[in-house]
Design a protein around this ligand. Sequence first.
Ligand code: URP
Ligand code: ZN
Ligand code: ZN
Length: 480
Amino acid sequence: MTHDLVIHGGTLVTASGTFTADIGIKDGRIATLGSDLDGKDRIDATGKLVMPGGIESHCHIAQESSTGMMTADDYRTGSVSAAFGGNTTIIPFAAQLKGQPIQDVIQVYDERASVSVLDFSYHLIVTDTSVDGFQDQMQAAFDRGVTSFKVFLTYDIALTDEQFLDVLDAARRAGALTMVHAENNALINWMRRRMGDGGYVDPKYHAPSRPVASEVEAIHRAVQLSSFVDAPLLIVHVSTPEGMAEIAKARLAGAPIYAETCPQYLFLKAEDLDRPDGTKFICSPPLRDKATQDALWRGLQTGVFDLYSSDHAPYRNDETGKLSKGGSDFRAVANGMPGIELRAPLLFSEGVVKGRITLPQFVQYTSANAARLFGLSGRKGTLAIGADADLAIWDPTAEWTVSHDQMHDNMDYSPFEGRQMTGGPETIIQRGNILVQNGELHATPGDGQFLRREKFDRTNAAGIKPAEMDPARNFGAEIT
Ligand code: URP
Ligand code: ZN
Ligand code: ZN
């Protein structure tokens, strides 16, 4: 067979191992893995690593925050920045405004995403379960291929536990995965009030205002509620060893609980909030300490975590962004920081190069596990025959220094400025088309395609109703 493109001589890395082979691409898919393949075009990958393109499955792009602030990145800048960071797929959020019908939410984001250079989908953020026909609307979003829903237990968009149960139940019926931002809202509000009363409002007070206990309590509650209705649950941006322990315990008990952590919790610390530019480091959950970083690495090493995502939430550190509502008073600063372009390079440099994780683990955390959890198995996150030819060719030895000037997002800073890095993505290929090569973008806004995702693949849960939900045992009445 004459292929459209052959990637020759590279070391291929998948979630299960590494091997040397050529990749033959035809009609946008991987057609052959072998040696001495024929192709109309050829890329020499000798000395390079050839991996599945990254899947960034937690990023906020062209999305209003909980207080209504629009992110600095739209789908063009966000996806271009993601591509330069080794990604070929993004799954940002489509956020429901209070009272907004869910079909309208999807329509709004279809419009916003029309300039994406990368393939994309959305997780639906649910903030209002009281809209007419809520359960049917959730089913309609699911049928459209949006097979993951997200809820918040904090901020002004927090759901009550009862509303959270409604979402979990709708997701379980449809076959969707629910994601949760787990922090105890009452504890945070109580701390913010006390700190405000005492005049403790500098950025450094953001961390103690959202203490470890607030994450642990909310994770514990979320695990109990989701287990009660037998619904799979992904706890996003876990930032504490104690929260991680709740998750490990639930998994050992057989609950379908999944977990994610993020670069900021591995590479930054609460003391960064005490810098003169401390507002750059305000995100939630907040940054913690060195002992936490060590524990989170162990979570990645031992598989407590399934995902490692940027939580890219780009608000500029100026009057158009973080400082627009109340200066540096931490209670008014938009939460979140950018990181979509550095997510994978940081994990490679600090994880693979420093021997903390293996190359297959790197692929698990940057693409393969996201494909498995978010209904893209066989299509994305793998180098299998028949999969989309989404590839990232990495130079494992490149030495460079993080400088925001070199980055492609629409931000005015990087929280990782000045870091020394080893290894980085060089050539990015999406469905057989070269997107990035020699530092140049070869894509047009709109090249990305919407991905209809499959339902959540529930391979490790029995699918039976737990005892408390069994009407024969408890009520003698049918509960659906
Ligand atoms: O501080 C953060 N993480 N902001 C983004 C929104 C969220 O909470 O995920
Ligand atoms: Zn969150
Ligand atoms: Zn987020």
